[in-house]
Design a protein around this ligand. Structure first.
Ligand SMILES: [Zn+2]
Length: 294
């Protein structure tokens, strides 16, 4: 079964939503690192949430979900672009994470809740950044993001996320602004369905359309064309070389002196970029100013 994200509306009601199934995306994106189980689960939840939030973006660009705290997890980053290409990375203290329960919350992973933050950044290709920050109470990922949506988008939202034995799914419903609720109680029903959906419910069917049909048996659902979330890293030789130029010649010489070559490992996908001395130094030659060596 391929990963899919299915947008939908409840006919005759001011309710829209999206339902996602992302087993392969999460598996592929998290394969580069040996994440401890609680962190892996939270990263998969954040990936499903990021795809659901990004599916309604009206611009070309990225949505970035970033958790920062004093630890055991210092940093977790999920990027999802307008085409639903996702990648993820994290920095954590293995011993400290191993002392946490398997079901550790986001707040437990991030450490002191008063210092930890969950930031959602919208990064359009041709516009200014927008960033919303959610304080990290002892809430679930879904609850935190509901707060974010209520404050930043002014949209009443309900979000449910499921990570269960390699299966990753999520369901988002939003009450559209300014519209009266034509279909009696549609929003209340949608909110109740999402609030009551178990992890099993969200990944029970093979695809999101089947999940929606089971969760809304009596509603007239209009389901739109399924989209395909997938893991894709944006790292490239050009980006790595640009980063090395910014790091500067001294930094590169220090790396060459220590290791005999410059090795850069992408923190997202784990791909290694290796530069022997001649190639590394050529990045700083005047001719490299017009786009770099081939
Ligand atoms: Zn990469």
């Amino acid at each position: 079964m391929a990963d899919a994200l299915v947008p939908f509306v409840l006919e005759g009601a001011a309710v829209r939503g999206a339902c996602a199934r992302m087993d392969a995306t999460a598996h592929d994106a998290l394969a580069a690192h040996d994440y401890p189980p609680p962190l892996k689960r939270v990263l998969a939840e954040l990936m499903a949430a990021a795809a659901l939030l990004a599916s309604s973006l009206k611009f070309r660009g990225s949505l970035i979900v970033q958790l920062a705290g004093p630890g055991p997890v210092k940093l977790a980053v999920i990027e999802c672009d307008h085409a639903l290409s996702l990648r993820a990375t994290a920095q954590w203290d293995r011993d400290a994470v191993s002392r946490l329960p398997a079901g550790a919350s986001l707040a437990q992973l991030a450490g002191d809740a008063s210092q930890a933050r969950l930031a959602i950044t919208l990064d359009p290709e041709d516009g200014p950044l927008y960033q919303g920050i959610v304080a990290l109470e002892a809430g679930s990922v879904a609850t935190l993001l509901e707060h974010y949506l209520a404050s930043s988008e002014q949209l009443e939202s309900r979000l449910a996320l499921a990570v269960d034995d390699g299966r990753v799914g999520g369901l988002l419903v939003q009450r559209l602004p300014g519209a009266h609720d034509d279909a009696a109680g549609a929003w209340e029903e949608a909110a109740r369905v999402v609030g009551g959906a178990s992890a099993q419910d969200l990944v029970a069917a093979d695809d999101p359309t089947g999940v929606l049909a089971a969760l809304f048996p009596t509603r007239d659902l209009r389901v739109f064309e399924a989209r395909a979330p997938r893991f894709a890293c944006r790292c490239s030789n050009a980006r790595v070389e640009q980063a090395l130029r910014i790091a500067g010649r001294d930094e590169i010489e220090a790396a060459l002196a220590e290791a005999g070559e410059v090795v850069v490992t992408c923190e997202y996908c784990g791909r290694r970029y290796t530069y022997p001395p001649g190639q590394a130094r050529s990045l700083f030659e005047p001719a490299a100013g017009s786009g770099g060596p081939a």
